[in-house]
Design a binder for this molecule. Structure first.
Ligand SMILES: [Zn+2]
Length: 440
């Protein structure tokens, strides 16, 4: 049997094919053991996509499994790092939330739109998702670089953007600018003076930033894996800054803005170096690491489970759960269809959360078939919810729906008639229309 697997979001490198096959297999095995719960009430008129949201949500067997101690104890579960690439994925994201029992979810927006392959950020769709679930969806907005390739951004403009986005309902910012290919494409570095006012304002206002810096070490080696080269994530040709240089840039930012709340995506790509991970957390008290996979991360943790267990016990207040879940389909050859949500990806998103929980809560098999760490309940509480909520806020910031509509109209104007952006332009029109309906 051959299974075509959709690519997952912007993770450093998605679960490898073996892991995905594993996921699908275990999902299929569990199919017979699922039961239904009541339909989910989504407060929006009409179905966004052709798939309606009122068909009930499958609850996987692991949710009431006795071995899952966090379930037994009623611990909250927050996904602090997920993605949304199109408004059409929103019903699927909500189904993952309900199916996996998430209390809240943080949508991390990209500065460019991979689904539609253009340079417009993904804030509008995320704000619509939040308008549909204002009490449980957090939005980490992306800064806008539309039409600005290679030019140094204007610091005053970045600050203005940040203020405006928080005023209409963004809870924080996602910066993918520290990922080597993205930084190079945008012509920016994390410690460039143009970001000073932005960082300074976020620090003063307590606005958190989910920051992606570098990538796994292997991405700098000559590419043996076509997956990396295909996605532009192979940095062996010397045209990209080194991992160490990217860390130096990040450390300069943390040093200059010591109270800036930074959630470092994918464990800051330090899962192969526990000592350095420890040193970073000791040196910069305002940063946290999210444990959003990267397949290398869980493999590295499993190499020395006792050592890592000790790490998570002593740094229990510095780690945040994340999934990198996204449930859209990338259609490289058909952007008109990009972002349509696929039912199988909903099942996979729920299943990934089950695997992550198996890893953190039990000695059983987690991502990549790696044996888990079985952390105690008070550590799980911090990892799963408290660390995220204490920094991003116990509840999402309030939304200004008319303000978001205005924001969409401004985005729409900046997109213009560029044929490369016509799909995203159409979607922003539709988002504005939905938001007006919600606002009425
Ligand atoms: Zn991500």
């Amino acid at each position: 049997m051959s299974v075509k697997v959709a690519l997952i979001g912007a993770r450093s490198r998605s679960f490898g094919p073996a892991v995905i096959a594993d996921l699908l297999l275990s999902a299929m095995q569990k199919l017979g053991r699922k039961r239904k719960i009541a339909a989910v009430n989504v407060p929006v008129r009409g179905a966004i996509s052709n798939l309606s949201d009122d068909t009930g949500v499958e609850v996987p067997a692991w949710r009431d499994g006795r071995e899952m101690q966090a379930t037994r104890m009623g611990t909250m579960l927050v996904d602090g790092h997920a993605h949304l690439f199109s408004m059409h994925e929103i019903p699927g994201v909500l189904r993952v939330m309900d199916g996996a029992g998430l209390s809240a979810l943080a949508i991390c927006c990209m500065p460019t739109n991979r689904a539609f392959r253009c340079d417009v950020n993904l804030n509008a769709a995320a704000l619509l998702a939040k308008a549909m679930r204002p009490r449980s969806v957090y939005v980490f907005a992306g800064l806008d670089y539309t039409g600005r390739k290679g030019e140094e951004p204007d610091g005053k403009d970045l600050l203005r953007q940040a203020r405006a986005l928080v005023a209409i309902g963004a809870d924080g910012f996602k910066m993918l600018e520290g990922k080597p290919n993205v930084g190079r494409e945008l012509g920016v570095r994390l410690d460039a003076p143009c970001y000073d006012d932005f960082y300074g304002w976020c620090e003063a206002e307590g606005i958190p930033i989910v920051l992606h810096v570098a990538d796994p070490e292997e991405n700098w080696l000559p590419a043996t894996d076509p997956f990396l080269a295909e996605r532009g994530w192979s940095y062996a040709d010397g045209a990209y800054p080194s991992k160490e240089e990217l860390y130096r840039q990040a450390f300069r930012v943390f040093g200059r803005f010591p109270r800036l709340k930074v959630q470092l995506a994918h464990f800051f790509f330090l899962s192969a170096d526990r000592r350095q991970a420890h040193e970073v957390l000791e040196r910069f008290p305002s940063v946290t690491f999210d444990v959003t996979p990267g397949d290398e991360m869980y493999r590295n943790f499993a190499v020395d489970p006792d050592g890592w267990r000790g790490f998570f016990l002593s740094h229990r207040r510095r780690v945040v759960l994340g999934t990198d879940n996204t449930i859209g389909e990338y259609c490289r050859d058909n952007v008109a269809e990009a972002g349509r949500f696929a039912e199988k990806n909903v099942a996979r998103g729920i299943e990934i959360i089950g695997l992550l929980r198996a890893f953190w809560e039990t000695r059983g098999k987690g991502p990549g078939n790696q044996s888990g760490l079985a952390l105690p309940p008070e550590v799980l509480e911090h990892l799963y919810a408290k660390n995220f909520l204490s920094r991003a806020g116990e509840a999402p910031r309030p939304l200004d729906i008319p303000g978001i509509v205005e924001h969409c109209l401004r985005m729409r104007a900046s997109i213009g008639d560029d044929p490369n952006r016509r799909h995203v332009a159409r979607e922003i029109d539709e988002i504005a229309q939905r938001l007006r309906a919600i606002g009425e």
